[in-house]
Structure formats: structure tokens, C-alpha cells
Design a protein around this ligand. Structure first.
Ligand code: SAM
Length: 289
């Protein structure tokens, strides 16, 4: 990708988040939350997965960096920086930062947020400036050839003996494939039936997914280990092994959904490395020793 196309990709991503992703579609709920399962049956599991990030961060410090902060959309996210003097929210979307400011506040109104329009692949901060760093679901919006420099940049701004946590989806997941295969097959079959029965049938009345999205580019665990793990100290654990498609298809409140998710969470806790590499969303820890 030449540098012109990289700039175009970033402009498109910024425009998407400014105009679509960070528009509220309900009270405190953004359009972007369609990538999340907000149903009560999944709440405990999702909450516990969010809590995993905090386990690897120092509880206190001076500056905390949230690279690609968005509006700090979930309450658990706010907790990561509670013990810090300031949380620096960096994002290419102005709307994201305006919303983040509403949530966390700034020094003038008793909050601890600082807000910077910045590119996660070219962080404008000094080496070792941060005692805690997170970057959640953001690096995948970069052109492929900038992923490595983004990871190295997060590592560069991290202080000695501290850790950064990165969460990003893998491009594929053997665990997810087992379950998502039947969903795709079901969809294809439904479409075929719809075509045969014609548009006026009841089946064709199934809701269409008109979801709008933006540029995404993902890697896998071997890419991360060879391109980043050979240069900095990293560990791959599990953040969440399944995605929203799995949750919505298999987890139902009336059919033991909550119980099933507790078993899944137990498995993830028991085998965090395996579930991290083979599940859908790894939790990547960069450690500066
Ligand atoms: C999927 S959202 C995730 C937001 C938040 N971290 C979360 O987990 O809810 C991705 C965010 O990354 C921001 N972003 C995308 N590309 C970026 C870049 N090159 N530099 C900084 N932020 C970027 C977007 O504007 C958006 O706010």
C-alpha cells in the first residue's frame, strides 16, 4: 500500500467513526455497540472479559494512555485508569474524543482526562511517558504494513517495569469456526429457501443486516509472534474466545445461556494461552522489564 492509500484508509476510518460509529442510537449506546452483545444473558460474561484487561495493568501511576479510546464506551473501561493522575485518550476521531470528554471529564471539572487527536501508528509522545497503556480494538483499523510499528510505538511509550494491554481480533479462529460454520450454513440454506419461495413468503421477511462498517485488517498469532514477539516481550492470553455471532446464535436466556457462558469463561481461565491463540479475541500483553 503506498502512503497515499494509507492516508485514504485513515480518512475513511475517521469519517466512519465521526459520522456513524460514535453516533448515539440509544441512551449511552453508540452505533458501534452493534459489535457487542448487550443482552442481559451475556452481561456477566462480557463484564468478566472486560475485567481481564485490568489484571495486567499497574493499578496506579502518572499517565495512562488509551490509544484509540473511542468514547470510553463501557463502564469497565473507566476503571483501568482510576489510580492514575491522568488518562490520555488518543484517537483520530474528534467525535470519539468529545464523547470521551463527556464521560471521564477533564481537569477543569474534576475529571482526569486529556484528549489528543493522534494516529496510533505514529504516537506523538515521549519514550516511556506512560505507566499504563491500553489499545482496544483499534490496531485492526490500520493498513497491514503499519501494524508492527503500532505495536512497537505502544511499547516505546511504556515506562520501565510496566505493561501494555492490546486487544484485537484475529483474522480467523479455529474455535469460532467450529460454531460459526453451522450458522453460515443455516443462513445459506435460509437464503436458498427464500429464493425458491419468492419474495412474498414469510421466510423472506427475515430482517436484513444493513450494518455499515469500515476498513479492517487482521493478522494471526504466528504473524504477531514473528513480527512483534521477536522484537519485544509479549504474551498472548485470552480476552474473549467467541464473538457476537456465536453469542447471538447459541446463547439464549431460556436455554441455559448464562450457565453455558460460565462454563466457557471457566475454560478460558483454565487454558488462557490456548484460548487466546485459537479463540477470536486475544489479550496481548507487552511487558517492559
Ligand atoms: C472499534 S473502536 C474501539 C474504541 C475503544 N477502544 C473500544 O474498545 O470501545 C476503534 C477506535 O479506534 C479509532 N482509530 C481508528 N484508527 C485509528 C488510528 N489510526 N489512530 C488512532 N485511533 C484510531 C477509531 O476512531 C475508534 O474510535
Amino acid at each position: 500500500m503506498d502512503s497515499g492509500s494509507e492516508i485514504q484508509v485513515k480518512q475513511q476510518v475517521r469519517q466512519f467513526y465521526d459520522q456513524v460509529g460514535w453516533q448515539e442510537v440509544g441512551e449511552g449506546v453508540y452505533q458501534n455497540a452493534r459489535f457487542e452483545d448487550l443482552r442481559p444473558v451475556s452481561r456477566e460474561y462480557i463484564h468478566n472479559c472486560h475485567q481481564r484487561v485490568g489484571r495486567h495493568l499497574s493499578l496506579e501511576g502518572k499517565y495512562f494512555l488509551d490509544a484509540g479510546s473511542g468514547p470510553i464506551q463501557y463502564p469497565e473501561y473507566l476503571e483501568y485508569s482510576n489510580g492514575y493522575q491522568a488518562r490520555v485518550c488518543a484517537d483520530i476521531s474528534i467525535v470519539a474524543l468529545q464523547e470521551a470528554r463527556q464521560r471521564i471529564g477533564d481537569r477543569e471539572n474534576g475529571g482526569h482526562g486529556l484528549f489528543v487527536v493522534a494516529d496510533v501508528a505514529n504516537l506523538p509522545f515521549a519514550d516511556q511517558a506512560f505507566d499504563g497503556v491500553v489499545s482496544l480494538h483499534t490496531i485492526h483499523h490500520l493498513p497491514s504494513n503499519e501494524h508492527q510499528q503500532a505495536y512497537l510505538g505502544l511499547f516505546r511509550v511504556l515506562a520501565e517495569s510496566r505493561s501494555a494491554v492490546v486487544v484485537n481480533g484475529w483474522e480467523n479462529s479455529s474455535i469460532s469456526d467450529i460454531f460459526v460454520g453451522p450458522i453460515k450454513w443455516g443462513r445459506r440454506t435460509r437464503k436458498r429457501i427464500t429464493r425458491r419461495l419468492g419474495k412474498s413468503s414469510r421466510v423472506s421477511a427475515a430482517p436484513k443486516n444493513n450494518a455499515v462498517s469500515t476498513f479492517v485488517n487482521k493478522h494471526n498469532a504466528s504473524w504477531l509472534k514473528s513480527e512483534v514477539g521477536t522484537l519485544v516481550n509479549l504474551d498472548i492470553l485470552v480476552w474473549r474466545s467467541v464473538g457476537v455471532r456465536f453469542l447471538k446464535a447459541y446463547i439464549h436466556p431460556n436455554f441455559g445461556g448464562k450457565w453455558l457462558l460460565r462454563q466457557l469463561y471457566w475454560l478460558e481461565e483454565r487454558f488462557p494461552h490456548y484460548m487466546g491463540e485459537h479463540g477470536l479475541y486475544p489479550l496481548i500483553i507487552l511487558k517492559k522489564v
